[in-house]
Design a binder for this molecule. Sequence first.
Ligand SMILES: [Zn+2]
Length: 148
Amino acid sequence: MSVTFWIPAAETKPVQEECLCGGGWAECPHCHGKGTLEYRESMAPTLNLGNVNARSIIDLIGLPDDQLVGQVEGAEIGTARQRILAARNMTRKRRVALRDTIEYGGAGTGHCRVVECGYTDEQVLDRLSCLDAVLAWAQEHQMKVSWS
Ligand SMILES: [Zn+2]
């Protein structure tokens, strides 16, 4: 599961790309044998994060949400961008979104080896930067940002 931050009112542009099936396979559920995929893509930046990553960023900057669904507009966008700016410039503000890699199980334990990947400070900074780009675009075009 993932959460996409996007600007619903942004214009879209047509996009065409080759289907991974290579074409000629009439049963392909994506292209139906045409070999190309055609869809529309937002002209605005978007950000897609796994649910856990989205939760950490939403909590970090205090976005209003209900079960990973929400939206901001108007002055709320400015507030969110101010919080991102503060988080980008203060290590201690980002700490809540950091997580160490955890590894357990494996040889001799009787359980399979499990690795839960952590979040580095660099990853959190990158996510904040990408979300700020979405918010900045919405602010400039006076549109709202939604996520779900
Ligand atoms: Zn195909």
